[in-house]
Design a protein around this ligand. Sequence first.
Ligand SMILES: Cc1cc2nc3c(=O)[nH]c(=O)nc-3n(C[C@H](O)[C@H](O)[C@H](O)COP(=O)(O)O)c2cc1C
Length: 187
Amino acid sequence: MDRIYKVAVMVGSLRKGSYCRMLARAAAGLAPPSLVLDIVEIRDLPLYNEDLDGASPPAAWTAFREAVSKADALLFVTPEYNRSVPGPLKNAIDVGSRPYGRSVFGGKPGAIISLSPGALGAFGANHHLRQSLVFLDVPMLQQPEAYIGNGGSLFDDKGSLKNDSTKEFLQKYLQTFGRWVARQTAA
Ligand SMILES: Cc1cc2nc3c(=O)[nH]c(=O)nc-3n(C[C@H](O)[C@H](O)[C@H](O)COP(=O)(O)O)c2cc1C
């Protein structure tokens, strides 16, 4: 039987009406059967502080680390804040990367989909995030890249993706990601 891979999806926006969260939900429905996408929440993670990372770290950190550890692969869906990675997502990266030598990200294949309401598709956030993930030994999908522009016009009032070309793009993107995950996991 073909293997099924669990993908931990991290969304870089905390707001209720987040387009990125809508996109992450759409991605879960458009993924190939080999990928099961589940959002791992980052909203309750206390800001990373090494002083707290001893014998009993905050419960939210432990739960996050366990959830990511159980996944086979990582998918980040993020907006851009001031041309970079939103603070809550950067905090989640920092939490998962520590204690030193026990990062939960290393070796898990990853991909980034960035979105902005403007035309640029959060290019800056995408590449700043990529920089951290490469450092954390996450083999990153290189092509295709996913910069989703005009993010505010892609969803209906129920939050479903209504734009056919974006659906088609996402579907192909996730198929390629699925092959990348299988190849990296077999290696
Ligand atoms: C603090 C802050 C900084 C932002 N900086 C940028 C930016 O650099 N580039 C950009 O395209 N949009 C920027 N935006 C607008 C976001 O792209 C927009 O709010 C987007 O809808 C956030 O994603 P979400 O819908 O998933 O919450 C910024 C928004 C906030 C709140």
